[in-house]
Design a protein around this ligand. Sequence first.
Ligand SMILES: Nc1ncnc2c1ncn2[C@@H]1O[C@H](COP(=O)(O)OP(=O)(O)OP(=O)(O)O)[C@@H](O)[C@H]1O
Length: 231
Amino acid sequence: MSSSIHLKQIDHRFTLAKQQVSLFEDLNIELHSGQSYAIVGPSGVGKSSLLLLMAGLEPPVSGEVQFQKSGKPQLLKSLRQISGFIFQQFHLLPELDALNNVALPLKLKGDKRALTTAELWLDKVGLAERMYHKPQQLSGGEQQRVAIARAFVMQPQFIFADEPTGNLDEKTAQHIAQLMFDCCQQSGAGLVLVTHSMELAQQADTLLQLGQGKLTVKARNQATSRVGALC
Ligand SMILES: Nc1ncnc2c1ncn2[C@@H]1O[C@H](COP(=O)(O)OP(=O)(O)OP(=O)(O)O)[C@@H](O)[C@H]1O
């Protein structure tokens, strides 16, 4: 079933004390499952804020974020239930080891194969040898990969990723990027990522540039079939 996210006439700003930070005005875009999108732009223009709006995790100051399944409007709550999130700060639970951090969303759903599926995903992100390490016993890049495995374990229809390869060395970043694109393509999920890496951004189907309060389509890449898929 195809699903899509529609941002209509979005204005967003923050007001703290007497200071106002205006991020964007009259922003309009549609995001579709089965497609990948990369958002680029200078630091502080509002990329992470926009990602939160797109995922239905924060409301805009004005305008509408609509989630549709087969063209029919759904509650935004249902978008959050079918989405995976990879945040800049990882948000791993410190008292759980890597295996149980990844398995947790499945366990909460009562999935009896939670640990086996989590093991599979930790293996895919190259952490088979770190399953029993707690977050503080992992490097920043390893924690990032646990967060990526946790986002994918529920087979989400949309993945929202904020700098997903920001803490990784070049080789691991390339491996993880390919894994994310492969898994989204094979499962028909949508992938929306924020990045400062043009190398990563150029692998997305649509490259979006955020700047001066506007979101513009910078490039649309030819659909490529991924040979040697990792997922
Ligand atoms: N909750 C908040 N309250 C007040 N101001 C905020 C809040 N969140 C973000 N901002 C401000 O909004 C601006 C945009 O922040 P955001 O994190 O969205 O930018 P970004 O483009 O993702 O930046 P970077 O590339 O550096 O991660 C920043 O100036 C930030 O200080």
